[in-house]
Design a protein around this ligand. Structure first.
Ligand SMILES: Nc1nc2c(ncn2[C@@H]2O[C@H](COP(=O)(O)OP(=O)(O)O)[C@@H](O)[C@H]2O)c(=O)[nH]1
Ligand SMILES: [Mg+2]
Length: 239
């Protein structure tokens, strides 16, 4: 069984695509401890059973909003085999912010470049191959309303699931100073096996630097807390 999280900004065609991928054979539950709805559906592709989990429509992945926290916890803790990021091809720039956050979260990403018909009819010139190379993830143009591109998308999902262990990894660089701080924090975090086997260490380091409230609380419970917060203090005071 391959598990696939489906995520994207609001109004990008997520429901339409989810229904097509699952043939509307979905059932609804709630995410644990939350009132946010969780739709799940299954499909069989090339003999592989795939379970799709519809995540909330959102623009970001901060700790401040319940739906965002749920989506991010799901990806980072339940570790679905693949995450499909549905992007509105007619609003590419705005949509790619979430894509970058998902790359940072080290999700095994496949981008569905949806609304491809709208982008085409508007004459937008999107170089799909270049976009895919830049992001370091597969990008598949789709039209959820007609089903165009969905076979290719299914192929890429299966391929990504099988290549999961290969860990294609793109890193978003924050510039020399911040990269140095990230590295310092990452090295400390890596010493806590309980943390670093469960979460991407670099991602945790970035969240600590951002003072993400949920991650800071998690760090409070780590045996490395003193070392980590001392380092953070030094960084903040310019050391
Ligand atoms: N032209 C076009 N319309 C689409 C496409 N995908 C979805 N839509 C339409 O866009 C609107 C929003 O889709 P929906 O699936 O509800 O978006 P969601 O908010 O992401 O779940 C609906 O009217 C869909 O019929 C597409 O690829 N092309
Ligand atoms: Mg929807």
């Amino acid at each position: 069984m391959i598990t696939v999280g489906v995520i994207g900004n609001p109004n990008v065609g997520k429901t339409e695509l989810f229904n097509r991928l699952t043939g509307s054979r979905a059932y609804v539950a709630n995410f644990p401890g939350a009132t946010v709805q969780k739709r799940e559906g299954t499909a069989k592709v090339k003999g592989e059973e795939i379970k799709f989990i519809d995540l909330p429509g959102l623009y970001s992945l901060t700790a401040e909003a319940t739906d965002q926290l749920i989506a991010r916890n799901f990806i980072v803790e339940e570790k679905p085999d693949v995450v499909i990021d549905i992007v509105d091809g007619a609003n590419l720039e705005r949509n790619l912010y979430l894509t970058l956050l998902l790359i940072e979260l080290e999700a095994n990403l496949v981008v569905a470049l949806n609304m491809w018909d709208v982008a085409q009819s508007r004459g937008d010139n999107i170089d799909v191959k270049m976009l895919s190379e830049m992001l370091g993830v597969p990008v598949v143009p789709t039209v959820a309303t007609t089903g165009e591109g969905l076979d290719k998308l299914r192929d890429e999902i299966i391929k990504a699931a099988k290549e999961k262990e290969k860990k294609r990894k793109t890193t978003i660089s924050y510039g020399d100073d911040v990269e140095r701080w990230i590295k310092q924090l990452e090295e400390i975090i890596q010493k806590d096996e309980r943390l670093s086997t469960r979460y991407p260490a670099r991602w945790l380091a970035i969240k600590v630097l951002e003072r993400d409230e949920v991650i800071l609380k998690m760090m409070e419970e780590s045996k490395l807390k003193d070392e980590l917060f001392e380092r953070l203090e030094k960084i903040t005071s310019g050391g």
